[in-house]
Design a protein around this ligand. Structure first.
Ligand SMILES: C[S@@+](CC[C@H](N)C(=O)[O-])C[C@H]1O[C@@H](n2cnc3c(N)ncnc32)[C@H](O)[C@@H]1O
Length: 211
């Protein structure tokens, strides 16, 4: 991923963030060694920020759309109370098998339920209330995911859209993924049901707080 934030500044922020536990370092290393597009992983800075949001909102029920090899899933699980729960959606079986191994090693793995199959089907079968949603799967469905999970989110709950700045391409959208991200950003921006902020953390994060 080309960075739109100065690399030295990002490194400084990284170096002054709570360090990465050994399990996460191994997961990151294996993902980069064995998976295509490993940079999809949120990484330490955004992972720690997600944890902070889980703690600040006292979230107990989380929905993640886009697990990949489970880095962000484990991050949010670690910040949940012992009876908290994260349901995470994925379609890639190779990613799933890696994630399952690391969830099995973690003392927080029991909080995680993996739902294999198209996320939209999983969302349709879920019941609320959900405290926090992290949208990080196929970009062309971002707006659909937002609309589908909105009724399940409690008042005061948070919906987070990752990659809200899509490598800076949102400034001049030229392809379907970028157009979909811009449509999602506009949808949230025009939604009176939420308070929202579009952050420049990593690849951009849209935070929408349901009134
Ligand atoms: C950006 S990655 C998620 C990264 C992950 N949050 C992390 O930090 O490691 C997006 C993932 O969504 C999955 N995905 C794509 N389309 C999907 C769909 N329709 N339903 C569920 N998962 C999907 C992909 O296989 C991919 O692993």
């Amino acid at each position: 991923m080309d960075r739109f934030i100065d690399e030295k500044i990002e490194q400084f922020a990284h170096d002054h963030t709570e360090p990465e536990p050994e399990l996460f370092a191994r997961l990151r290393e294996e993902t980069y060694r064995t998976m295509e597009r490993p940079q999809m992983q949120v990484g330490l800075l955004e992972g720690r920020f997600l944890q902070m949001l889980v703690r600040l909102t006292n979230a107990r029920n989380i929905l993640e759309i886009g697990m990949f090899t489970g880095y962000s899933t484990l991050m949010v699980a670690e910040a949940l109370p012992d009876d908290g729960r994260v349901v995470t959606c994925e379609v890639n079986q190779k990613a799933e098998s890696i994630a399952r191994r690391y969830f099995g090693e973690s003392s927080h793995g029991h909080k995680i339920t993996i739902r294999m199959g198209p996320a939209m089907e999983t969302i349709k079968a879920l019941s609320g209330p959900i405290d926090l949603v992290f949208i990080d799967a196929d970009k062309t469905n971002y707006s659909n995911y937002y609309q589908a999970c909105f009724p399940l989110v409690k008042a005061g709950g948070l919906i987070i859209g990752d990659n809200a700045l899509w490598n800076g391409k949102v400034i001049d959208p030229q392809d379907d993924d970028t157009l979909a991200i811009v449509a999602f950003d506009r949808l949230v921006h025009s939604d009176p049901r939420v308070a929202h902020v579009c952050l420049t953390v990593r690849d951009g994060m849209m935070l929408a707080w349901k009134r």
